[in-house]
Write a protein that binds this ligand. Structure first.
Ligand code: ADP
Length: 595
């Protein structure tokens, strides 16, 4: 029996109430046994001895049944019932009323109810116990003949032993509780540690998967761009290359969505606000979408409110992501007609305004009953009609999570079969209230879409550090037209050898490399004895999107940031801003280092 009791108390699968029941009952049984023996030895009244004896026999029978035959839950309630309605009133009237040890047992019963029962039974028995106590005391007081009084000696002995027993019970109980609490604490702490470790390894996994996938995409898109630039390539080759570009970008968008989603879900995505020119943001998006909509034969219109503030303060990268996600969907779910982006703002109040973004299309539309679940993760509605359209159901949930993070709102209106309009409202700080004025957002966009080398710099010398040889090939080919002289290094150590020999105009540095990573290599270049590149601009060129947090690289001392897969244009724009002006033979004006 003792073995059984121990195993129940040590079993982590047994709930707290059942454990309390076993503990309290076993202690109470010992107490009853002591009370019975001491009552007989002290020559207590026969009725009192009989009452304790009956209690002991019933109670132990119940206890054995409960613990050995899985009847703990039922026994808890039965014992509470017997205690409150039978044993305690019986003990009160047969064992000296308020003068004996029964008052302490009433208190013990209250403790028993609190510790073993829960929910409605707990409330019921607590209330009934109180009523029974009141009734016993009242009857005992007003009708003393109903109580078998103790002699002075009996009263003292009974109350003394009861106090002793209940005192021991309390001490054991509190010690058990403290022990339980300590063990529970240890368990929670070790679980917390496990979760943290899991989180950490998940982060590592996403970081490495991002790196692993981006590296080959960098090669595919980079080399494909080189093919697209070839003027003597046949139309068929250009057509194939364009398809490769489309598929590569789709793959990239997918991995970006997955990474973002995992970060948003884990609460690891931060909103990083800075000043941004609304017209440039919209132009960038317009350029990208004009091409995509055009490829599908859709008209693409942009309506930028000329009266809105020109510079706002917010997270431009994430705002672009929201708009692009909505526009991508609009293009994806529209077979003919047009896609329209309109960007405006509400009035300025206390230096703040609401950026209002509307994306409308003349596409398939969304059924009314699907609208409430549209922003839920992995939800793809109207599967029958959309079966041929690829997607993960992540885009809109990312939009919603990002909008929520910026304390904005997103809503949708749609007529099934006719089209949809997504509206986003984002509160932003106004950095420059001067209005945008009339501009053509497609001017800049057209400029960006047609590749032509921005400059040539045959005198300039740069070093590219990357452990993947394919990346070095891609970057060298992408920069071929600029005539820049390019040295390469496949490790941090090799880079440090080069920087001892030559002063470069710019260094492009990969982040994740074995043995010495880009951050460490930069630190060593900056403090290298006799190093010739201690003050040379170093730009990080990374595939590590998980730490895309540009601040990390800025605080490490990098002068610029480029994310793989990198385009020729992004490479040229960045280099143009760092190579000394006298070495540059510019064919167009520098754009301010956007990458
Ligand atoms: P995905 O496009 O990858 O399936 P999203 O989360 O971006 O996932 O969109 C969820 C669903 O909402 C889509 O599967 C589609 O059914 C519907 N949807 C989103 N945008 C539009 C739109 N502009 N027109 C029609 N249906 C849309």
């Amino acid at each position: 029996m003792i073995k059984k009791i121990r195993s129940i108390l040590a079993d982590p699968n047994v709930d707290y109430q059942s454990k309390s029941f076993v503990l309290l009952s076993s202690i109470a049984l010992i107490g009853l046994f002591v009370a019975m023996v001491s009552g007989i030895m002290l020559g207590q009244a026969f009725s009192a001895n009989l009452s304790v004896f009956v209690e002991f026999v019933l109670f132990s029978g119940m206890f054995i049944w409960a613990t050995c035959f899985n009847g703990i839950k039922k026994a808890m309630v039965i014992i509470a019932f017997l205690l409150v309605f039978v044993f305690l009133p019986a003990a009160f009237f047969t064992s000296g009323g308020a003068a004996g040890g029964t008052p302490v047992w009433f208190a013990f019963t209250t403790l028993y109810i609190v510790m073993t029962l829960s929910g409605k039974p707990k409330g019921f028995f607590l209330a009934v116990n109180l009523i029974v106590v009141c009734a016993c005391w009242w009857i005992g007081y007003t009708r003393p003949e109903t109580v078998i009084e103790f002699t002075r000696k009996e009263a003292y002995y009974d109350s003394f032993f009861t106090l002793l027993i209940v005192g021991i019970v309390m001490t054991l109980l509190v010690s058990y509780q403290v022990n339980l609490f300590r063990r529970e604490n240890e368990r929670v702490n070790s679980q917390k540690k496990e979760i943290e470790e899991l989180n950490q390894s998940q982060k590592k996994f996403f970081s490495s998967i991002s790196h692993e996938i981006r590296t080959p995409i960098n090669a595919i898109l980079g080399l494909n761009e080189v093919i697209l630039r070839q003027e003597d390539a046949s139309e068929e080759i250009i057509g194939d290359a364009q398809n490769i570009q489309g598929a590569g970008r789709m793959l990239l968008a997918l991995i970006n969505d997955l990474l973002d989603f995992s970060k948003l879900e884990a609460g690891r995505m931060d909103i990083v606000p800075s000043d941004y020119k609304v017209s440039e943001t919209v132009s960038d998006i317009a350029g990208m979408m004009l091409q995509r909509a055009g490829e599908k034969g859709l008209a693409f219109e942009v309506d930028l409110d000329s009266g809105m503030p020109s510079v706002l303060y917010g997270d431009e990268v994430r705002i672009k992501q929201i708009i692009i996600n909505l526009l991508n969907n609009a293009v994806k779910y529209t077979e003919s007609g047009s896609v329209r982006l309109s960007v405006s703002s509400s009035g300025i109040t206390d230096g703040h305004t609401d950026l209002l973004i509307k994306v409308s299309d003349t596409g398939i539309g969304i059924k009314e009953d699907a609208i409430p679940v549209l922003f839920e993760m992995f939800s793809r509605v109207d599967q029958e009609k959309n079966k041929k359209i690829e997607g993960t159901g992540l885009g809109l949930s990312i939009v919603k999570l990002l909008v929520d993070m910026m304390e904005g709102e997103v809503s949708v209106e749609s007529t099934y079969g006719q089209g949809s309009t997504f509206t986003v409202r984002l509160p932003q700080k106004v950095s420059d209230p001067a209005t945008i004025g009339k501009i053509n957002v497609f001017d800049r966009a057209k400029q960006k879409n047609i590749y032509r080398d921005l400059f040539t710099a045959p005198e300039a010398e740069i070093l590219i550090v990357d452990d993947t040889k394919m990346n070095l090939t891609v970057e060298k080919k992408l920069l071929k037209n600029t005539k820049i002289r390019i040295d390469t290094a496949t490790s941090g150590a090799q880079a440090l050898e080069r920087t001892l020999e030559k002063r470069y105009d710019v260094i492009l540095m990969d982040h994740l490399m074995p043995e010495m990573d880009g951050i460490e290599c930069l630190r060593r270049i900056r403090s290298q004895m006799d190093g010739k590149c201690r003050s040379v601009p170093v730009v990080i060129l990374t595939a590590n999107a998980i730490s895309e947090n540009q601040e990390l690289y800025a605080s490490a001392g990098f002068d610029g940031y480029l994310l793989k897969p990198v385009t020729g244009l992004a490479l040229e724009e960045t280099l143009m801003n760092h190579i000394p002006k006298e070495k540059i033979d510019a064919t167009v004006e520098p754009t301010g280092g956007r990458s």
